[in-house]
Design a protein around this ligand. Structure first.
Ligand SMILES: NC(=O)c1ccc[n+]([C@@H]2O[C@H](COP(=O)([O-])OP(=O)(O)OC[C@H]3O[C@@H](n4cnc5c(N)ncnc54)[C@H](OP(=O)(O)O)[C@@H]3O)[C@@H](O)[C@H]2O)c1
Length: 280
């Protein structure tokens, strides 16, 4: 299964711009894709609590109807995430961006830089499923998954890296999936996009290592979100289902890495604090 809640189609635009109560203009800046709900929203809120000014990017600007399928998990908009951040004393901008559009992605990065002046961290979280036996695979669904899960993360990096390289610092964290590392029945297309994303991270990590920029991929585990509720995902029932907040500590730790501390790694969130993460 795949798809997405209804979204309003408007050009990318900065809203909920930082006010006087926001973070000081010298605080760090993070751009989070897929920040309207689920794992991306949890990471965006966690980054704000850590003191980052946050650009929240996705398409949804209006709440889905209360009777939408999996309404609790579908709920959330870019403006709602930005509002939650400002209510906690942070600074956020909500930027509408359809990640299938290179123009939207370029505008997303430009708007973030115009509003905040720099980008310290990219959290490449947005993703969609591509669940179907291969003979029945809908080509549009495959193309959408390739665009959002593979092409978009590389394009966000392409447009943001010049500013990061100019400052010789930054961190890029991509949200991958355990599906990149093993067989998932009915999800050949999805697995393929996530292993491509991980290869992108490993190769990009080497390209930008001389500039001090870290690039890592995080497999979040099985998280109770709209995407998870929508999917059938046979063969994953044994993995504990956790709330999006469970991803935040590991994601924040990765965001704060540099090329000389931790880069070019694919890590499982469940191993955070065991095989990777802060030293005792
Ligand atoms: N949940 C899990 O168990 C699980 C497991 C492994 C990996 N993951 C990965 O975790 C990441 C987040 O997934 P989630 O579980 O939080 O799913 P989710 O609740 O469905 O959230 C997906 C996010 O991606 C955004 N998105 C989708 N299409 C987009 C587009 N065309 N342009 C811009 N944004 C788009 C959505 O925003 P809009 O609809 O507002 O655009 C939403 O914010 C994904 O990369 C997923 O593959 C999840």
């Amino acid at each position: 299964m795949s798809g997405s809640p209804d979204t309003a189609l408007t050009p990318p635009i900065a809203r909920d711009a930082p006010g006087d109560a926001g973070r000081p203009s010298n605080s760090r800046v993070a751009l989070v894709t897929g920040g309207s709900r689920g794992i991306g929203r949890a990471i965006a809120l966690g980054l704000a609590d850590r003191g980052y000014r946050v650009a929240v990017a996705a398409r949804t600007e209006a709440e889905p109807p209360a009777d939408a399928p999996y309404a609790r998990h579908a709920s959330g908009t870019i403006h709602d995430t930005a509002r939650r951040i400002t209510e906690r004393g942070g600074t956020a901008i909500a930027i509408r961006c359809d990640l299938t559009s290179a123009k939207d992605i370029e505008a997303l990065v430009r708007t973030t830089l115009d509003c905040f002046g720099s980008i310290d961290a990219l959290v490449l979280n947005a993703g969609v499923d591509c669940e179907s036996p291969v003979p029945e695979l809908d080509i549009d669904v495959l193309d959408r998954a390739l665009a959002i899960n593979v092409r978009a993360p590389l394009l966000v990096a392409k447009f943001a890296l010049p500013a990061m390289i100019a400052r010789e610092s930054g961190s890029i964290v991509a949200v991958s999936s355990g599906a990149a590392g093993g067989y998932r029945p009915g999800r050949v297309g999805y697995s393929m996009t996530k292993i491509a994303l991980e290869r992108m991270c490993l190769s990009l990590a080497e390209e930008v290592r001389p500039h001090g920029i870290a690039v890592n991929a995080l497999r979040p585990g099985r998280i109770d979100t709209w995407m998870n509720r929508r999917g059938d995902w046979p063969g994953t029932g044994h993995i504990p289902l956790e709330e999006p907040d469970a991803v935040v500590p590991g994601a924040l730790w990765l965001v704060e890495q540099t090329a000389s501390t931790f880069t070019g790694q694919v890590v499982d969130r469940a191993d955070f604090g065991r095989t990777w993460g802060p030293r005792e």
